[in-house]
Design a protein around this ligand. Sequence first.
Ligand SMILES: [Zn+2]
Length: 192
Amino acid sequence: MQQIFYTAASPEEYWQLGKDFAFPDPPEACPFCRTSLPLKKHGFYRRNSIPGELPRRILIRRYRCRFCGRTVSFLPGFCLPYFQYTLELIYRALEYRLRQFLSWRACLGRFKELSWEPAHLRFYARRFLAGLARLKLILRQMRPQISLPGKENQRQQAAHLLEVLSFFGDIQSFSVRFYAHCGRSFLAPLAD
Ligand SMILES: [Zn+2]
């Protein structure tokens, strides 16, 4: 199981600190078997995190239940499960394409240092568009008073929803809260 925690540390700071990073405290009770014993530190695993030109291998803290033996890992909020590029980059791509309506070429121009292919950007945009209905549903649960798009077409809805996400302060705050609410990321495939 993965949990995602908010961190003010940049991906570079997190990477540089390595094991010295102030990781979140272990859960007080096991999320699987509910035994109320704090989970035990259980090492780290390494994962790719690409915040820009330089790909990094970062450490992910793991905890293990003393009773059932299952593990929980703690992903820093600048990562999204199953994505190697950082949330910030992916979010910028969505903003350029789906809120500012830049052409694919103009979007790619904003990420020159990463040499992305058009297909790379299209994948992010398609994934976001595929999850619009789920996003609206979860946002409604998170904030019942929120004003959400209704009958606009898909592109208008996407732009409107990205605007709503910007009200959360920063994209990491939104992403962490979304994940805590429903146990998946806002860019997870619908059928996972
Ligand atoms: Zn357990």
